[in-house]
Design a protein around this ligand. Structure first.
Ligand SMILES: NC(=O)c1ccc[n+]([C@@H]2O[C@H](COP(=O)([O-])OP(=O)(O)OC[C@H]3O[C@@H](n4cnc5c(N)ncnc54)[C@H](OP(=O)(O)O)[C@@H]3O)[C@@H](O)[C@H]2O)c1
Length: 324
C-alpha cells in the first residue's frame, strides 16, 4: 500500500481501532482520517454520507462497533443489534458511494454457532444456532460480513470493490475496557485481582469450574494481521476465500483454561491470595478455539505471547485508573 493513501479508521479511539492507527503510523501511513463518536455518530446516515463526501478516503478500516461482554449484551439487546446494523451499513454503503475500493470489516469469533465443531473454521458460519445471550450482536455482525460479500459480488467486476472481513478471536491489550459490568474476561479479571490485592482479600472467587478453554490474541497482533490482510494481493485473498464465504479467522493458534488464565493474571498483578471456583455458576461453552489455518496458509502468525501481552495490559489498566 502507498504511504500517502488516505485511510479512514472508524472507531480509532477503541481498543482495536487505536492499535490499527498505531500500526499504520509505524508503517509510515500519514494520511489517516479519524472522527470521534462525538464528532460523527455513525448511526446517523446523513452525517456519515456528508463525512464520506467531504473526505473521500481511499481505504476504510471498520473498527467502530458497540461491543461488550455477556452482561451488557443480554441487558441491552436492542442497542446491540440496532447500533451495529446502523453503524456498519452506513459506513460500508457510504464508502461504496464515494468509490472506496478497499475496506476491512471486523466480525468476531462469537458469531459462529454455539455448537460449532472445534477448532472453528470459516465454514462454520451460519451452520447452526447462535449463542442466545449475544444473538442480536451476532446477527448484526453476520449482516456486516454479508454486506461486504454482496458489494463484492455485485460491484467487484464493475467498480473494483474489494471489501474483506476478518473474524478475530477474543482480544485483549492496551485500550481495553475495564468496566466491571461491560468488560470481557481478561480486563474483568485484571480489575478483580488488582482490587483484591489492594484490599488484601484472602481469595478471589471466579464463576464456573475454571475448565472451559478460551483463545486470546493481543490487540497489536490483531492490528498487524488486519494490515497484512488489507495488503494481500487480491489473487491470493481470492484463492483462500469464496465469494459467499469471504472472511478470514484471526486467532492466536492455541487456547488455555480459565483456571490457567486466572493464574497468569494473578501472577501478573502480584496477587498473593487463593483463587477458587464457584462451580454452581454457569461455565459457557467448554471450548472456543479458532481454526486459523487459512491465515497461516497466507503466511501470518501471532507474535505476542499471553504472559508478555498481560504485562502491557496490566500497565495500561494502571495508567487508566491513575488518569481517573
Ligand atoms: N474486543 C474484542 O475482544 C473483540 C473480539 C473480536 C472482535 N472484535 C471486534 O473489533 C471491533 C472493535 O472492537 P473494540 O474491542 O476495539 O471495541 P471498543 O474498544 O469498544 O471500540 C469501539 C469504538 O467504536 C466507537 N463507536 C461505537 N459506536 C459508534 C457510533 N455510533 N459512532 C461513532 N463511533 C462509534 C466507540 O466510540 P465510543 O466509545 O465513544 O462509543 C469506540 O471508539 C468490533 O467490531 C468488535 O466486534 C473485538
Amino acid at each position: 500500500m502507498n504511504s500517502d493513501l488516505k485511510i479512514y479508521v472508524a472507531g480509532h479511539r477503541g481498543m482495536v481501532g487505536s492499535a490499527i492507527v498505531r500500526h499504520l503510523q509505524a508503517k509510515g501511513f500519514f494520511n489517516i482520517v479519524t472522527r470521534t463518536h462525538a464528532e460523527l455518530d455513525l448511526c446517523n446516515q446523513q452525517a456519515v454520507a456528508e463525512f464520506f463526501q467531504k473526505e473521500k478516503p481511499d481505504q476504510v478500516f471498520m473498527a467502530a462497533a458497540k461491543v461488550g461482554g455477556i452482561y451488557v449484551n443480554n441487558k441491552y439487546p436492542a442497542d446491540f443489534i440496532y447500533e451495529n446494523l446502523m453503524v456498519q451499513t452506513n459506513v460500508i454503503h457510504q464508502a461504496f458511494m464515494v468509490g472506496v475500493k478497499k475496506l476491512l470489516f471486523l466480525g468476531s469469533s462469537c458469531i459462529y454457532p454455539r455448537m460449532a465443531p472445534q477448532p472453528m473454521s470459516e465454514e462454520a458460519l451460519l451452520t447452526g444456532k447462535l449463542e442466545s445471550t449475544n444473538e442480536p450482536y451476532a446477527i448484526s455482525k453476520i449482516a456486516g460480513i454479508k454486506l461486504c460479500e454482496s458489494y463484492n459480488r455485485q460491484y467487484g467486476q464493475s467498480h473494483g470493490v474489494d471489501y474483506r472481513s476478518v473474524m478475530p478471536t477474543n482480544l485483549y491489550g492496551p485500550g481495553d475496557n475495564y468496566h466491571p459490568e461491560s468488560s470481557h474476561v481478561i480486563p474483568a479479571l485484571i480489575r478483580r485481582f488488582h482490587e483484591a490485592k489492594g484490599k488484601n482479600l484472602p481469595d478471589v472467587v471466579i464463576w464456573g469450574t475454571g475448565t472451559p478453554m478460551r483463545e486470546f490474541l493481543y490487540v497489536d497482533d490483531m492490528a498487524a494481521a488486519s494490515l497484512f490482510i488489507m495488503e494481500l494481493d487480491k489473487s491470493i485473498y481470492d484463492q483462500h476465500t469464496k465469494p459467499m464465504q469471504n472472511h478470514i479467522n484471526i486467532g492466536f493458534g492455541s487456547d488455555i483454561t480459565i483456571k490457567e488464565l486466572a493464574q497468569v493474571i494473578s501472577e501478573t498483578v502480584g496477587y498473593q491470595g487463593k483463587i477458587t471456583f464457584d462451580s454452581t455458576k454457569p461455565d459457557g461453552a467448554p471450548r472456543k478455539l479458532m481454526n486459523s489455518e487459512r491465515l497461516k496458509g497466507m503466511g501470518w502468525r501471532a507474535k505476542i505471547n499471553l504472559v508478555d501481552g498481560l504485562v502491557s495490559t496490566y500497565q495500561d489498566f494502571l495508567d487508566q485508573i491513575n488518569q481517573n
